[in-house]
Design a binder for this molecule. Structure first.
Ligand code: SAM
Length: 240
C-alpha cells in the first residue's frame, strides 16, 4: 500500500518532470526562432525565462511552445512567440524603462517585457475585458512578475496617470494611431502598433518621437491582430 507521503512524492516528481519537459520545449522554440529572426540576445534570454505554458488556459498548455497564436477565451488570443520577439526587438527595451502595453490578454508579452526592463523598470498593461484582466493578473502573480501592473480600462485612451512612457506597445490592431498614445509617449520614446482596418492583415508601424516632439513613422511589415476596440479604436469587433 502506498502511503499519503508516497503519493505526495510521486505527484512532486511528476510535476518536476513536466516542468523540465516544458523547459526543453521552450529552449527548442526559442532556438528555432533564432534561426529565422535576428533574435537579440536580451530578447532571447527573456523569452527563455518566461514560462508561456503558465499564461495559457489548461486546454492549450500542450501547444504552448508551438510558434502560433493560441486561444485565451473571449474571442482573444495570446500572440505567436515570433510576434512577441519582433515587437520586443522593435521597442529596443532597456533596464529601467516605463512601458505601456495596450492589450494585456494573458499577460505573457508583459512578462517578457518585464524581464527586459528589470526591477527598476515597470510595465503597465491595459485590458478592456475584465475576465482577461483577471486572467493576466493571476498568471503574473503565479509567475511572480512584480514589475507588471494590469489595468482594466479602454487602452485606446492610453493611461495618462503614469505618463509619459519610454515605450508604448499595442498588441491589437488600430484603425489609426490613437492621439492619446502619441501624447503619452516620452520625447525620444518608441511606440510599436499594428494599423489597418482589414480583419486578417494590418501593417506594423514603429513610431519614434524625437527630442523636439516630432513624429517619425516606419512600416515594419504585415501582421494579423485582433482589433483595438474603444474610443480611439473600432466601435465593435470587426465582422470577418
Ligand atoms: N499581449 C497579449 C498577450 O501577451 O497575451 C495578447 C493580446 S491579444 C492579441 C489583444 C488584446 O487586446 C485582447 O485581450 C483584447 O481584449 C485587448 N483589447 C482590445 N481593445 C482594447 C482596448 N481598447 N483596451 C485594452 N485592451 C484591448
Amino acid at each position: 500500500m502506498i502511503s499519503e507521503e508516497g503519493h505526495g512524492e510521486d505527484k512532486r516528481r511528476k510535476e518536476k518532470e513536466e516542468e523540465e519537459e516544458f523547459e526543453a520545449m521552450r529552449r527548442r522554440l526559442v532556438n528555432n526562432l533564432g534561426t529565422y529572426l535576428l533574435l537579440d540576445e536580451k530578447v532571447r534570454e527573456a523569452m527563455l525565462r518566461v514560462p508561456r505554458h503558465k499564461f495559457v488556459p489548461e486546454y492549450e498548455k500542450k501547444a504552448a511552445y508551438i510558434d502560433r497564436p493560441l486561444d485565451i477565451g473571449h474571442g482573444q488570443t495570446i500572440s505567436a512567440p515570433h510576434m512577441v520577439a519582433i515587437m520586443c526587438e522593435l521597442l529596443e527595451l532597456s533596464e529601467g524603462h516605463k512601458v505601456l502595453e495596450i492589450g494585456a490578454g494573458s499577460g505573457y508579452n508583459a512578462a517578457v517585457m518585464g524581464e527586459l526592463v528589470g526591477k527598476k523598470g515597470h510595465v503597465y498593461t491595459v485590458e478592456r475585458i475584465e475576465a482577461l484582466a483577471n486572467f493576466a493578473r493571476d498568471n503574473l502573480r503565479k509567475t511572480e512578475y512584480k514589475n507588471v501592473t494590469v489595468l482594466l480600462e479602454d487602452g485606446s485612451m492610453g493611461y495618462s496617470y503614469f505618463a509619459p512612457y519610454d515605450r508604448i506597445t499595442v498588441t491589437c490592431a488600430a484603425p489609426y494611431i490613437p492621439e492619446p498614445l502619441l501624447e503619452q509617449l516620452k520625447r525620444g520614446g518608441i511606440m510599436v502598433i499594428p494599423i489597418g482596418s482589414d480583419c486578417y492583415s494590418q501593417e506594423l508601424y514603429k513610431i519614434k518621437k524625437d527630442s523636439k516632439g516630432n513624429i517619425h513613422k516606419k512600416r515594419k511589415g504585415g501582421v494579423s491582430f485582433v482589433p483595438l476596440i474603444g474610443k480611439h479604436g473600432f466601435r465593435k469587433s470587426l465582422e470577418c
